[in-house]
Design a binder for this molecule. Structure first.
Ligand SMILES: [Zn+2]
Length: 182
């Protein structure tokens, strides 16, 4: 689809600029292999992970790749190959799946936390209220698991996830399994 005439419309003659240049020109402050997000509201220090192909903010969930950023900034872009397109679509679907899981888990965390808070109030006056003890126990049993899941989904503990296609292996495998039945 892209031909010589559409490429020549671009004013700049820099082709395939690297991700660091693209991020800086898009308003991100690059700090090593992380960056401050240009799209997060308020202060967002080093919330963006990036490599030569893609960048992702684990706070606002913005993500972009070298091609889309190049195009937005008016750099020349060579035609996308079928393999590239397939990889990009897969990455986008993965990102959507991550966001929906994050929402489900944080909703559950919020509901359990609210019940536990209520249970504490009830137990102050009715120390033998079994449902209140159960609510409290459920919250404490699930708290660490839910927190760990949220951290994994936000890549808080694995900011290097973009460095390799294989990480986070477990999440991606699970996602692929779920999507295999389409
Ligand atoms: Zn952000």
């Amino acid at each position: 689809m892209t031909n010589q005439s559409s490429l020549s419309r671009h004013k700049t003659n820099i082709s395939n600029p690297d991700m660091e240049v693209l991020l800086k020109k898009s308003g991100f402050a690059v700090r090593g292999n992380r960056a401050d997000c240009a799209f997060c509201k308020g202060t967002a220090k080093a919330t963006v992970s990036w490599n030569s192909e893609v960048a992702h903010c684990h706070r606002c969930h913005w993500s972009g790749n070298a091609r889309t950023l190049s195009r937005k900034l008016g750099f020349a872009v060579s035609p996308e190959t079928a393999a590239h397109r397939e990889a990009r679509v897969k990455a986008e679907e993965f990102s959507t799946w991550i966001n929906s899981k994050h929402r489900i888990i944080s909703d559950r965390y919020r509901v359990l936390g609210r019940k536990a808070q209520l249970a504490k109030e009830v137990l102050k006056q009715f120390s033998d209220c079994d449902p209140a003890w159960t609510a409290l126990a459920t919250f404490y049993n699930e708290e660490s698991r839910l927190t760990a899941s949220l951290e994994t989904l936000s890549f808080e503990k694995t900011p290097e996830w973009l460095e390799s296609q294989a990480t986070p292996v477990g999440l991606f495998k699970e996602w692929e399994t779920q999507n295999a039945v389409r």
